[in-house]
Design a protein around this ligand. Structure first.
Ligand SMILES: NC(=O)C1=CN([C@@H]2O[C@H](COP(=O)(O)OP(=O)(O)OC[C@H]3O[C@@H](n4cnc5c(N)ncnc54)[C@H](OP(=O)(O)O)[C@@H]3O)[C@@H](O)[C@H]2O)C=CC1
Ligand SMILES: CC(C)(CO)C(=O)C(=O)O
Length: 351
């Protein structure tokens, strides 16, 4: 299967279709591809009348009917399985996808952060397991209406070389105006670069405000910049060259984020060209009382830093604040947004 025509005929299952999975499922359905969604009953109910997809660039698609697949379905072994659960749900999902996997099934792991694909590789050592980097934000702006609020090209891991043509064909077959798709030979570095951007997630969740509003506040930006510096120290020691995923190269982001507000608005106006309602996936988790992906995001930096004996105080502090917030949610103790100057004080940065 090396041509786009062949790739378009293949069967896809999206396991754990929430924001990213339903958006991806909608794109594939809008292209007339064979795609089944496995999702929670409340999502099936919401999408009973179809799905509307929009994006920041004005693209639009209506999908009148989606195909939902039961977890117990027999004979639904697919060619491509897209795993779109959060990192926190990977271990359980690894067991539950078994009935959909045949020896040739390619499994795409679409999680943020580092390391979640390892669990899948352990369970399915004979399948091709590829990582996918999702750069853009998806939000549900009304029931059955998903909106992509930011730019970026979805990237599929190109590895090993023997599968090059197949992976390229898959990427081309799903590429669309609503979701541009590419492949990369350098997924590990790309995931570190994406992780750098995701350092805003925890601050966004603790601040409990939209991303745009968070970026307009220098104190929050200083906290994010401090965590980014630690990430950059870790990647430098490991000799990882971060690919450019934003208008400003990653190594200059801490500097730009630290600028006074008036200069930041001038230099980084592209960063602020973001839908005013966008919030990060960690905000959604925390606000819904769920466990967050902190261990795979900031936690992964702390883990790598410890191994390399690099100091990582800002990320450590943020991990502990998120864990405290998760505990409060669990114990139903009320939780207040952390103001920017308090957060800055917590990680002990002087302005
Ligand atoms: N949302 C975004 O804008 C972005 C997200 N990402 C990343 O993409 C990944 C997916 O995120 P996102 O789409 O936001 O997550 P969501 O929580 O919206 O979607 C995951 C869905 O999977 C469901 N699920 C979990 N376990 C199972 C299971 N065993 N069987 C069936 N369904 C299951 C969840 O249900 P329940 O909620 O009940 O557990 C949820 O509905 C994450 O790693 C995230 O960090 C990357 C870029 C942007
Ligand atoms: C796109 C981005 C960086 C912010 O929404 C994200 O990855 C997330 O929310 O987890």
């Amino acid at each position: 299967m090396n041509s786009i025509k062949d790739a378009k005929r293949k069967s896809h299952i999206i396991f754990g279709a929430g924001l990213i999975g339903c958006y991806l499922g909608g794109v594939l359905s809008s292209k007339g591809m064979d795609v089944g969604l496995i999702c929670k009953p409340h999502i099936i109910k919401k999408l009973a009348n179809g799905l509307k997809l929009t994006d920041y660039a004005g693209n639009l698609a209506h999908i009148n009917k989606l195909r939902f697949v039961e977890k117990s379905s027999i004979g639904e072994r697919c060619d491509f399985l897209w795993l779109t659960v959060k990192c926190t749900a990977i271990a359980q999902a690894a067991k539950e996808i078994k009935g959909f996997i045949k020896p040739e099934t390619v499994i795409f792991c679409c999680q943020n952060g580092l390391g979640s694909e390892e669990v899948i590789k352990e369970h399915y050592p004979n399948n091709l397991v590829l990582r996918v980097m999702v750069p853009f934000n998806v939000a549900e702006i009304a029931p059955g209406h998903l909106h992509r609020g930011s730019e970026g090209t979805l990237a599929i891991e190109m590895s090993p070389a023997a599968h090059k043509e197949m992976i390229e064909a898959v990427a081309k077959s799903i590429d669309s105006d609503l979701m541009s798709v590419t492949t990369t030979n350098n997924m590990q570095a790309l995931l570190w670069a994406k992780l750098q951007l995701n350092l805003g997630n925890s601050v966004n969740a603790l601040a409990d405000i939209p991303v745009k509003q968070m970026l307009e506040d220098r104190n929050y930006r200083l906290v994010i910049a401090a965590m980014m510096r630690e990430l950059l120290a870790v990647t430098k020691v490991q000799n990882i060259q971060l690919p450019k995923v934003t208008a400003v190269p990653g190594k200059y982001l801490p500097l730009v984020l630290s600028l006074p507000n008036f200069l930041f608005k001038l230099v980084a106006n592209k960063m602020l060209t973001i839908d005013p309602n966008v919030r990060t996936s960690m905000w959604w988790d925390l606000s819904q009382g769920k466990k967050t992906e902190i261990a795979h995001l900031n936690g992964a930096i702390v883990k790598a830093a410890e191994k390399l004996e690099i100091a990582c105080p800002a990320n450590k502090m943020i991990v502990s604040l998120i864990i405290t917030a998760e505990k409060k949610n669990l114990e139903k103790v009320s939780r207040h947004p952390i103001r920017s100057k308090d957060l800055l004080r917590a990680i002990r940065i002087k302005r």
